[in-house]
Design a binder for this molecule. Structure first.
Ligand code: 1PR
Length: 535
């Protein structure tokens, strides 16, 4: 092991590097940023974080004269280190590892991006994966490297998602992993001080650390269904940022004061949910359509603090759009998103602005390339862009009455209607738009969304279960992962949504905030129901 405690980090501004930084610090090391190519050559341990959009990252690297190829402890995402990369056309990678990277094939029913907690297989001589045993680790990517004769001696583990792709490689001191150790938090066992993802980084940083390996009984087999805790955040009437929760999006107490309902503090609750086993945490700035996030420093601060010791993916939404402030300074949505990523977000979520972008795309039939959705996914990769849909059920007598996709409903409407469509809303349900959730979902997938957060205004806060009709409709319409949201009232509602629909994840807020159903009991219930989850 190297004598000094510094780890050299190559931060080329292409994604959430804050979490990698935080994880290294958490393990007791200082981080030294690469300023010049010599810093790379002089590094004893070099960490090279993965990126969402490879071509954009290589461009930055090439402009700065980094050409890689050093014989160091290199630790980075496999794709970046491979020879050629086929995202946005052929782009030359660093050329450290022989192999070709290609996009997952979504035609065989596997959703792309591959997002979530999956199992490692065929592990051999990795040196750094010893503590992982049969636990899940966190993946988020659309491209993967396949095994070949050229690289078979490098492969130290694989993962199965449609096909067997390379999950990690090791050659001498070079380690690369396709998943995110800094996001694969969670303890190895209840009593153990060892965390799954951090243990990987730790074994890299202290190569001789000789912890005993204690494989657990249960085997992680495949991509797990995710359970996500959502924090709707806004300022209360005193100006403090608080976690609130609405009933059908109404977050005010119906008392004399009509104050905003308060359920806790964002950073504390996020930490709690991480400890309780949440697979992801989402923050939604629910007054983002009104406030401006770069002026809203508290929200950025919430992300900074949370990412210091929450090692699962963080999503942030609310207010991601172009904005001109009172002084006439213009901010692009890309700048807003970049600031969120720098502060520790792994994904950003776009609500209202995605509705406008989809409307324009459907009206003109042309992708302008200018919408926030398109721009952010071009720079950060579509796996970093979630579109949050806030639909409202509208009953109709006859499907021909509307131009939007309708469904036959399981429970009839108030006037005996047998059909309904789901109308998209913007600005937190303040305005209904002439576009259905079905049409929106398909359009945003084409525009570059990597995931859909599917809320339902009718079900929000009602605790009567998810809107199965809606979730079926949308998850069957797209090939990207869909997060079911709104209405969870019990652990059984989670197994119901995973059984009856193709949702990849289920999100809840109220039951977790009010401590009515702990995350752990949701997970245990799913496990008993033989639904794969991360424990
Ligand atoms: O339009 O890009 O600024 O984004 C605004 C974001 O804020 C959107 O993601 C939108 O869904 C969200 N939002 C706006 N107003 C509200 C509100 O509640 N008044 N909250 C709101 C959305 C819905 C879910 C909720 C689930 C689960 N909240 O996120 O957490 O319904 O709740 P439950 O388990 O208690 O039923 P932009």
């Amino acid at each position: 092991a190297a004598a000094d405690s510094a780890v050299t980090l190559l931060d080329y501004g292409a994604g959430n590097v804050r979490s990698v930084r935080n994880a290294i610090r958490h393990l007791g090391f200082d981080v030294k940023d690469v300023q010049t190519p010599e810093d790379i050559l002089n590094a004893e341990r070099l960490v090279f974080p993965g990126v969402g959009a490879f071509a954009a990252a290589m461009d930055v690297l090439n402009k700065n004269g980094y050409d890689g190829g050093s014989n160091l402890f290199v630790y980075g995402e496999g794709s970046t280190l491979s020879r050629h990369f086929k995202e946005n056309g052929p782009v030359k990678g660093l050329g450290l590892i022989p192999g070709v990277v290609g996009r997952f094939d979504s035609s065989n029913g596997f959703r792309v991006p591959h997002i979530g907690w999956n199992a490692l297989q065929n592990e051999k001589d990795s040196l750094i994966l010893d503590d992982v045993g049969s636990h899940h680790v966190y993946f988020v990517h659309s491209y993967r490297a396949m095994q070949s004769d050229e690289n078979k001696d490098w492969v130290s583990s694989t993962c199965n998602y449609g096909d067997n792709f390379i999950a990690s490689i090791r050659r001498g001191n070079v380690h690369a992993v396709q998943f995110h150790p800094e996001k694969s938090g969670g303890k190895i066992s209840f009593l153990s001080p060892v965390y799954v993802g951090l243990s990987i980084l730790r074994r890299f940083l202290y190569p001789r650390a000789n912890l005993e390996r204690k494989p657990t009984e249960r085997k992680a087999l495949k991509l797990a269904k995710r359970v996500i805790a959502c924090l709707d955040v806004r300022t209360n009437d005193r100006g403090d940022l608080v976690v609130t929760k609405g009933d059908q999006y109404d977050v005010r107490e119906h008392s004399k004061e009509n104050e905003v309902r308060e359920l806790g503090k964002p950073v504390e609750l996020a930490q709690q949910y991480y400890k309780d086993g949440a697979d992801e945490v989402s923050f939604l700035n629910i007054t983002g359509f009104r406030d401006f996030p770069l002026g809203d420093l508290p929200m950025l601060q919430v992300l900074r603090y949370t990412s210091e010791n929450v090692f699962v993916p963080l999503t942030v939404g609310g207010g991601i759009r172009d904005f001109t402030d009172a002084n006439g300074r213009h901010y692009s949505s890309l700048e807003v998103a970049s600031e969120y990523f720098r502060c520790g977000a792994d994904k950003i979520s776009i609500g209202s602005d995605a509705v406008y972008a989809a409307e324009e795309y459907l009206r003109t039939g042309v992708k302008s390339g200018k919408s926030s959705l398109e721009q952010i996914s071009r720079v950060y990769g579509n796996q970093a862009v979630v579109v949050s849909i806030d639909p409202c059920r509208v009953y109709v007598k006859n499907p021909k009455d509307v131009e939007f996709k309708t469904i036959r409903v399981a429970t009839q409407g108030p006037n005996g209607e047998e059909f309904a469509w789901y109308q998209c809303t913007v600005s937190g349900d303040r305005e209904g738009r002439p576009i259905g959730a079905y049409e929106l979902a398909k359009a945003v997938e084409e525009l570059g969304a990597g995931e859909i957060l599917l809320n339902c205004i009718d079900c929000d806060g009602q605790k009567k279960g998810f809107d199965i009709d809606l979730i079926k409709l949308i998850s069957n319409a797209v090939n990207i992962p869909v997060i079911a949201s709104s209405g969870a009232g019990s652990a059984e509602h989670f197994s119901e949504v995973f059984r009856k629909t193709n949702a990849s994840a289920a999100l809840a807020a109220g039951i977790f905030h009010r401590k009515e159903v702990p995350i752990q009991s949701v997970k245990e219930h799913l496990l008993n129901e033989r639904i794969e989850v991360r424990i």
